[in-house]
Ligand binder design. Sequence first.
Ligand code: KG4
Ligand code: ZN
Length: 340
Amino acid sequence: MVVLGLETSCDETAVALYESKRGLLGNLLVSQTDIHRIYGGVVPEIASREHTKYLVPLIRKAIFSSNLKITEITGIAYTAGPGMIGGLIVGASLAHALSFILKVPSLGIHHMEGHLLSSMLENRAPNFPFIALLISGGHTLLVRASGIGQYLILGQTLDDAVGEAFDKTARILGLRYPGGPEISLLARKGRSGRFSFPRPMLSHPGLDFSFSGLKTSVLKAWKKCLEIGDTGEQTISDIALGFEEAVTDILTSKSQKALESSSIKNFVVAGGVSANKRLRTSLKNMVSNIGCSIYYSRPEFCTDNAAMIAYTGYKRLRAGQYDTSIKVRSRWSLEDLTSI
Ligand code: KG4
Ligand code: ZN
């Protein structure tokens, strides 16, 4: 089976091919970051137009670089949500057109399920059941995964997603979009202890998160710095570190709680924010202290990519699932997925 995967839910146009025997073949991506950066965030209409421009050339290139013929594709997987509707429609329409022409099944994939399963593309892959921390620009979820499509949400953010908090904090500090990599780069030069930000929800029972208060605390601290003209790179780095330390503490502590309140020993961390080095180190230490194992992806599979969509599609198409109509959704709960 050869599955073509398409990802167009946000500002990355991505294409990948996954084959039963050889695994991942082609994996290509065009990032629109430089275009959206001018506006300080993703502009949906521009994103859709860029997807339209790059999707077909990327598919051609992926097939060519994998030494395949288009007729060797036996299934098509595309991101059907959650995400920006315009971009999702671009991927879904092309997937359905190809499915019709090639006479092969197509299937809409949940973007966060793609992230959830992305570490299965690594040599050291997790087995079910596992607890997953899914942290991206739009989601912050703690999930119990018992099998494909068998997901129970244990905790989620009550306001901003953690990636969104990184992006908004970066904007406050005058840094570029996306904020996560910018903040983490500056935090390396930061001095610990100069800024200590609150850890919202940490003392609350349960596994929900809240990040909007943390962002407001950064804003207050930054306003004080502006008043006294203390806005140099060292101060921005100190704030970046204070923010990253708070986020790391919150995510580590809630993940530990989720693991300790279950009998599950496998822990998966996925999504764009899981590329963060300080967070990875903290989670790794926590998990080893409580006798569990951690699984994550290489950095390019933490952020949006089509490899995770092709792989998830492969698992589901192989089990006989396919679309009967085009359906894309801006909101979609992981708990509404079917198992295989
Ligand atoms: O999973 P992703 O690529 O797209 C969504 O599904 O949203 O996640 C994007 C988010 C952005 O908010 C970005 O700032 C954040 O991931 N991010 C990071 C890092 N790299 C990307 N956050 C913290 N540290 C990083 N190294
Ligand atoms: Zn994503």
